[in-house]
Structure formats: structure tokens, C-alpha cells
Design a protein around this ligand. Structure first.
Ligand code: OOG
Ligand code: MG
Length: 253
């Protein structure tokens, strides 16, 4: 029997103490992996954090190739992970953070899945350029597909830029992520399942299947459009998305 609570506690402590934990010794089933995620998130909620939405992972080939996995995952986002556009994060609070360029959605209506792309688009209040700060709690940022699911899909921070009118075609927007003024990742929103809206459709389906359907006010991160980049103290990270604007943050000690 897998000790769900013990693994959840281990991952939660690794996050709290910003110290890496070894890879899990036994493979988890998919159900057990999501049960660990739910249990570790329950610990965060009991400390006062509030769920504000979900993040999708491995929705682009570039991300799957970088991490050696080939199936989508999802994780929970809390208010404690929110970083205001333009703010600084403290490097010391992370294990080995990376950043990746994304698109974020804001819902104006509940969105129980499964849904069509049209229904998902109609439930939107806004769409924004966004940066995700991921931080695996596992040593060397190495994990199996189920281990990363257990680790809340590496969620650790997210920065959201200006909300835009969602009634526009977001299927192929140029995305440029710069670090310290130099281009580091260049891509297109099309890298996210051909259209980031498909990631929202998948989020609605997966969240409902888990008994936590998407609700009005939720933020959904569509997943990295390119590979992630390692962060270092002093970095200034900026993403511009064609037609949607800029989002940025800095890395302090
Ligand atoms: C897992 C999280 C994946 C994405 O956008 O694909 C993810 C990881 O790469 O550590 O957030
Ligand atoms: Mg991501």
C-alpha cells in the first residue's frame, strides 16, 4: 500500500523548506498520484491558502520533449502562488525555479466539463500573457509522469499580465520570452495544442472528472508554449505576446 499522506507531507515540506526531496522509491498509479496532490494541497489550504484555479502541463511538444513525458497533467493554483506583474520573487524560497511562457484564462461563468471549444470561449472573461514559475520539489528537477503529478505538477508561481477581450483569435500569437533583455524562447500560442483554447477544454474536463469543476473567477494556465528556462538571482524576465501585451517579474535573493 502506498502511504498517500506520508508522500504528501514529504512534498509539502520540501516546498515549504525550499529543499529538494529524492525521487519516490515506488511508482505511483495515476489515481494515487492525484490523491497525493490533493492531500498535499489540503495541507496548504489548511494553512490558509485558497484555490484560485488550475494549471495545465505538457500541452506542447516542446515541454513534453524537455521533460521526457508525453501526456497532459494538471495541478491546483492558490493565491499564495500569485506574483503581481512587475514584482520580484525571492529566489531563496524556491528549490530550483524555472520560467516558461504561457497564456492565462479568466472565467466569468462556471465551466463544468466536458465542453466544446465554443462553450469554453463563451465562458471567458479575459485572456492574458502569463509567465509560470515552475519548481520541482524533486532532486535535479527529475521525475516520472506520476511523480510530477503528485508534486502538484511543479506549480510554484504564476504572473499574469493585462487581461484582454477574449473575443479574439488566440490560435497563433507570437510569443517572445526575454531574460535580461536577451531573447531566450520564441514561439507561438499554436504550440499549445494547436490553440490554447483546447487546453481550457481539457482543463474543464479533467477538473470535473476530479470532482472540482472550474468555476466563475477561476484562472487557468494553458501550459508552456516553449521549453522552460532556469532562473537565477538578478534575472529580469519579460514575455510579450502578440496582441495581448507584456508581463514581467524580477528575481531577488
Ligand atoms: C511540470 C509542469 C509542466 C507546463 O506548462 O507544461 C508545465 C514541469 O515541467 O516541471 O507546467
Ligand atoms: Mg507550465
Amino acid at each position: 500500500m502506498v502511504d498517500i499522506a506520508a508522500i504528501a507531507e514529504r512534498l509539502d515540506s520540501a516546498q515549504l523548506n525550499a529543499s529538494a526531496t529524492p525521487q519516490l522509491s515506488e511508482p505511483l498509479s495515476v489515481d494515487d498520484a492525484y490523491a497525493v496532490q490533493a492531500a498535499s494541497m489540503a495541507r496548504r489550504y489548511s494553512r490558509g491558502e485558497r484555490r484560485v484555479g488550475i494549471k495545465m502541463g505538457f500541452t506542447s511538444r516542446a515541454k513534453m520533449a524537455q521533460m521526457g513525458v508525453d501526456e497532459m497533467i494538471w495541478g491546483r493554483l492558490t493565491d499564495g502562488m500569485m506574483v503581481e506583474d512587475g514584482d520580484s520573487i525571492s529566489f531563496a524560497r524556491y528549490v530550483h525555479p524555472r520560467v516558461e511562457p504561457e497564456i492565462a484564462f479568466l472565467l466569468k461563468d462556471d465551466l463544468p466539463g466536458p465542453v466544446t471549444m465554443m462553450a469554453a470561449a463563451a465562458a471567458l472573461d479575459g485572456v492574458a500573457p502569463a509567465l509560470e514559475i515552475i519548481d520541482s520539489r524533486y532532486e535535479n528537477f527529475k521525475f516520472s509522469w506520476t511523480d510530477v503529478v503528485a508534486d502538484n505538477s511543479s506549480s510554484s508561481g504564476f504572473v499574469i499580465g493585462p487581461w484582454n477581450d477574449p473575443r479574439q483569435d488566440i490560435s497563433n500569437l507570437g510569443m517572445l520570452m526575454e531574460i535580461d533583455g536577451a531573447p531566450r524562447q520564441i514561439g507561438s500560442s499554436a504550440a499549445i495544442l494547436g490553440n490554447p483554447l483546447r487546453s481550457l477544454v481539457a482543463a474543464a474536463r479533467l477538473a470535473s472528472a476530479a470532482g472540482e469543476p472550474l468555476r466563475a473567477g477561476d484562472v487557468i494556465m494553458a501550459g508552456g508554449a516553449t521549453a522552460a528556462e532556469a532562473l537565477a538571482v538578478g534575472n529580469h524576465v519579460r514575455l510579450s505576446v502578440q496582441g495581448l501585451g507584456l508581463v514581467e517579474f524580477r528575481v531577488a535573493e
